[in-house]
Design a protein around this ligand. Structure first.
Ligand code: SF4
Length: 889
């Protein structure tokens, strides 16, 4: 709701990043936006925000925005572009049938957008070829839930994570991927130190900082671990026999399947898992003896060729101990995206129909009658990988991509690029103009962005929140629901898509969830139907279901032991644990992928914030010291990671956090921000047979040094786009654009290119071709316009003091000399790489404070403030304390 006070308007909305779904308060004075803050009323975050959320106001400019429709790169009107899209859809459907068109959307769009897209495709076009990037996020959890509970129900709530006595984080780097949830857990553990935390992850991450026990298991062996746990619980009589007998089915065959695929000896089991026997036994004992146990699982489980089985192996352990539907006792799937939940609720995956209904004849009939749509799809459509393969084969001739960047995020991303090149018409609606995917589109439609959009999202605990607009759309941008409805109307479905406001869409969707429900479907929002616009505007965050039985929402499902299966009993699912297929034919190392702390997806928003760009400036590869030694990789030097599908260039980071034989690569950098860092080009198309979710965490690759004749950096007042050298990475600074560069091109070539960027500038140069040492400064109107430093290696030192020189309105001769010498003037402090993004505190400053007597993160916080806002950097502060102490000892 937006409230206007005498001088400021205040809007309560939600963060558009991760699945925690924090509430955000936005204050505006006229056109001026104040720094955003956490909404203290929102149940997910109660006023907290992580650094991504608290930088949101820095990302709402119009730079790189898609501002008006284009066809083949030429600006056109909305009318022309919508007519063209509708005409082409109609022609393809007429000539080739409805399955020759497809939509690929995203967990970024709002529930109302999703609902309209789903209704258009599955209700009126008559094809289920609507899939989304949620396929890459949590499709496996959806299937695991449906197999066990008969419905895609998240049983618990965030409070359960705080109430647990044993919290298991499996396949989840919550400290970086779900920071506020992690902060809630950290605070709960601080208040109750007896609460135990187990982190199950092949690599040690920032989340491990909280762990009482870290199980760095062999990648992909999670199902074996939880099968072994089930056998242990049975052997040591730690089962809930009443629950198993009265409220579940399939226990005996499930236990037998677990026994059949689990070694009898604990030692042998530990060996197969790559774990220490004592650690494994400790985990089993803790699980067996702790009634209040929560198992949080995320992408490390889902993004796997056996992700559904892994999810069910976790759920099996909870059912066997009756730990579901109780405070502090539940399995808990956490979604990656802000509205992946809303998408799966409306039916926005190709294997769902609508509103938690699938393709049984009665469900198809019910949806048909509700929508009054004679053409309702009667069978599932193509899941993401199948969908792009069908585009490549030419079976899909019209593709509409909404708010996502599959040319970066999909496995075998170059194959997706090739597929799009063969498609008769590719439409992309997006808020950004310059992405790998917009470059492949015939038609670009400008979509409204965060701050401009109005609707609802659902977070990982089923809480529906309003996302409210407080800005006018940039240029001619429109909400996604409007764009979809306009095309639907042009296809002849005027009446069914005559929406004037998202409140009308939400009302229709709520009525569908309650339609002939009678308590048979978990998703029921009938209590939210019939809201007036002002009630919709004022809607407070609410956990579904909201109906006659639960008018205020429901915190926990299955507290009544009633499941949505035909027998109303939970289903054990027999799992034969399978390790990922060997990828060693593709390379001797296994590549894992994931998020970094301060970036989001393909960086289209987070790259706009200098604060966020400072934490990790370059894409990197984490590699164990033994592998680095064997492969002659040097810490801080460039490495080429490759297999037969492609190659990428990354900065080497040697760390014992990584198991030998395995590497980690972040997922975020695209062709817009780096010369060659799209990790998706290396990944093959293996996916889970039930969910279709790709295996994004287990790819065979090789690593080798990438020698360069020179390395360096550029700072520029203007965005320079791609740099003509082997390696470049873009990152925004306060007041200038930054590039890390390296290559084997002649230095004169990079010098000529730089000077062509500013033909009228005054240039100061220092160049020694023998040592590949070059410094260039461009001065325009007495101000620094560009700095280019190149050395034989990366020994440039920090850039922070140079960045600050861009704020100078007039550079003195002495300052110019100091700049050319590459040395700060006396008295200018070099604080080094930024660790605490919230307060801009650098590594050198933190290390100095540690050397001066700060021995804990709390003491650093008292002295420097670092880590005292969002807390995301606390694990790094602790690591710096340890590292600095070991340097000193
Ligand atoms: S944890 Fe951070 S990124 Fe996630 S919703 Fe909250 S503020 Fe946004």
């Amino acid at each position: 709701m937006t409230q206007t006070h005498s001088t400021a308007s205040i809007t309560h909305t939600t963060c558009p990043y991760c699945g925690v779904g924090c509430g955000v308060t936005v204050r505006q004075h006229g056109n001026v936006l104040s720094p955003v803050s956490g909404d203290i009323q929102h149940p997910a975050n109660a006023g907290r925000l992580c650094v991504k959320g608290s930088s949101l106001h820095e990302t709402v400019d119009q730079i790189d925005r898609l501002l008006y429709p284009t066809v083949l790169g030429k600006r056109t009107s909305w009318d022309n572009s919508l007519n063209l899209v509708a005409d082409k859809m109609q022609q393809v459907i007429h000539d080739h049938g409805p399955d020759a068109v497809a939509i690929y959307a995203a967990g970024q769009i709002l529930t109302e957008d999703y609902y309209v897209a789903n209704k258009l495709m599955k209700g009126f076009i008559g094809s289920s070829n609507l899939d989304t990037n949620s396929r890459l996020c949590m499709a496996s959890a959806v299937v695991a839930h449906k197999r066990a509970f008969g419905s895609d129900t998240v049983p618990g709530c965030y409070d359960d994570l705080e109430e647990a006595d044993l919290l298991i984080l499996v396949g989840s780097n919550a400290a970086w991927a779900h920071p506020i949830l992690f902060q809630r857990i950290a605070a709960a553990k601080q208040a109750r130190p007896e609460m135990k935390v187990v982190v199950i992850d092949p690599r040690r991450t920032a989340t491990s900082d909280l762990a009482d026990l870290q199980l760095s298991l062999r990648p992909g062996s999670d199902a074996l671990l939880f099968n072994a746990l089930l056998c242990w619980l049975s052997d040591y009589d730690a089962l809930d026999h009443d629950f198993i007998q009265q409220h579940s089915e399939g226990f005996a065959s499930t236990l037998q399947a677990a026994r059949d695929s689990t070694p009898d000896s604990l030692q042998e089991c530990a060996q197969q898992l790559g774990l220490d026997k004592h650690d494994l036994e400790t985990f089993f004992q803790w699980f067996a003896s702790t009634a209040k146990t929560v198992s949080v699982f995320s992408q490390g489980i889902n993004q796997s060729s056996s992700g559904v089985d892994k999810g069910n192996a976790i759920i099996n352990a909870h059912l066997a101990t009756g730990r579901i539907g109780k405070p502090g006792a539940t399995p808990f799937s956490v979604t990656g995206q802000p509205n992946a939940m809303g998408g799966r609720e409306v039916g926005g995956l190709a294997n769902q129909l609508a509103a938690h209904m699938d393709f049984s004849a009665p469900e198809v009939d019910r949806v048909r009658r509700f929508w009054q749509a004679p053409n309702v799809a009667t069978r599932p459509g193509l899941k993401a990988i199948e969908l792009f393969d069908a585009v490549k084969r030419g079976d899909i001739k019209f593709l509409w991509i909404i708010s996502t960047n599959p040319l970066v995020s999909m496995p075998d991303a170059d194959d997706v690029k090739a597929a799009l090149a063969r498609c008769e018409l590719v439409v992309v609606s997006d808020c950004m103009a310059n992405t790998d995917t917009t470059a492949a589109a015939h038609v670009l439609l400008p979509a409204a962005s965060w701050g401009e959009k109005n609707g609802t999202v659902t977070n990982s605990e089923r809480c529906i929140s309003r996302q409210r607009s407080f800005l006018s759309p940039a240029g001619e941008a429109k909400p996604d629901w409007w764009i979809l409805a306009q095309v639907a109307q042009r296809l002849g479905f005027e009446k069914a898509f005559d929406y004037q406001h998202p409140a009308e869409i939400f009302d229709e969707y709520s009525r569908l969830t309650g339609f002939e429900n009678n308590g048979e479907r978990d998703l029921d929002l009938s209590g939210l139907s019939g809201l007036s616009r002002s009630q919709y505007d004022a809607m407070a965050p609410t956990q579904w279901p909201v109906n006659r039985q639960y008018p205020q929402g429901r915190k926990r499902f299955f507290d009544d032991q009633r499941f949505y299966t035909p027998s109303q009993k939970a289903q054990f699912i027999a799992i034969t644990a399978a390790l990922p297929a060997s990828r060693h034919q593709d390379g001797s190392l296994i590549m894992n992928t994931g998020r970094v702390r301060d970036h989001w997806h393909t960086m289209t928003r987070t790259a706009k914030s200098a604060r966020l760009a400072q934490h990790i400036r370059e894409p990197y590869v984490d590699i164990h010291p033994d592998d680095a030694k064997r492969l002659t990789l040097v810490d801080g030097a460039l490495a080429r990671i490759s297999n037969h599908r492609g190659k990428i260039l990354l900065r080497t980071n040697i760390t014992t956090n990584q198991r030998a034989g395995e590497i980690f690569v972040p997922m975020h950098w695209t062709s817009r921000y780096a010369s060659a860092a799209r990790m998706g080009v290396l990944i093959d198309k293996s996916c889970d047979p039930f969910s279709g979710q790709p295996e994004l965490k287990y790819t065979g690759v090789e690593a080798e040094p990438f020698p360069t004749a020179w390395q360096g950096m550029i700072l520029s007042r203007h965005d320079l786009g791609a740099v003509p050298c082997d390696y470049w990475v873009y990152g925004l600074n306060d007041g200038c654009h930054g590039y890390e560069i390296g290559g084997n091109q002649p230095l004169e070539q990079i010098q000529d290119w730089a000077q062509q960027q500013l033909p009228d500038a005054e240039w100061l140069t220092l160049h020694d071709p023998d040592t590949q040492h070059m410094r260039l400064l461009a001065i325009v109107d007495q101000q620094l316009a560009l700095v280019l430093f190149v050395h034989q290696d990366q020994a440039i030192g920090t850039r922070q003091w140079l960045v600050e020189q861009f704020a100078q309105t007039s550079l003195t001769i002495t300052e110019r000399k100091a700049l050319l010498a590459g040395r700060p003037l006396e008295g200018v402090v070099d604080q080094g790489r930024i660790v605490c993004s919230c307060f801009g505190i650098g590594e050198n400053t933190i290390r100095d404070a540690i050397r001066s007597g700060c021995h804990s993160a709390d003491q650093l916080g008292d002295t420097l403030k670092c880590g005292t806002n969002c807390g995301s950097c606390v694990p790094e502060l602790k690591a710096l304390i340890q590292d600095t102490h070991s340097e000193c000892s």
